[in-house]
Design a protein. Structure first.
Length: 72
C-alpha cells in the first residue's frame, strides 16, 4: 500500500507535511528530503501508538492476525 505525502512550503522556510490518508501523521523539515524522513518517522509513531491503544482495549478472547492491504 502506498500513502500520499503532501508538502507545503512554510512561510518561515522549509516545509510542513502530512499524510493524506492518516491525518495524525504530520511533520516538517528544512528540505523535502528532511521533511520526508521526519514524516516517515511520524507515520511510524502514529501506527505504533494506535497499535498500543488497540492492544490495551482488546478482549482477551480476541483473535489477532496480520494481513496486507493490496490495491489494484
Amino acid at each position: 500500500m502506498n500513502f500520499t505525502a503532501v508538502y507545503e512550503p512554510s512561510s518561515e522556510g522549509g516545509y510542513s507535511c502530512y499524510v493524506e490518508e492518516i491525518p495524525a501523521a504530520i511533520s516538517e523539515g528544512e528540505t523535502l528530503e528532511e521533511a520526508e524522513a521526519n514524516l516517515r518517522e511520524a507515520l511510524q509513531l502514529v501506527l505504533d501508538c494506535q497499535r498500543e491503544l488497540a492492544e490495551q482495549s482488546r478482549s482477551p478472547l480476541s483473535v489477532k492476525r496480520s494481513f496486507q492491504l493490496a490495491t489494484a
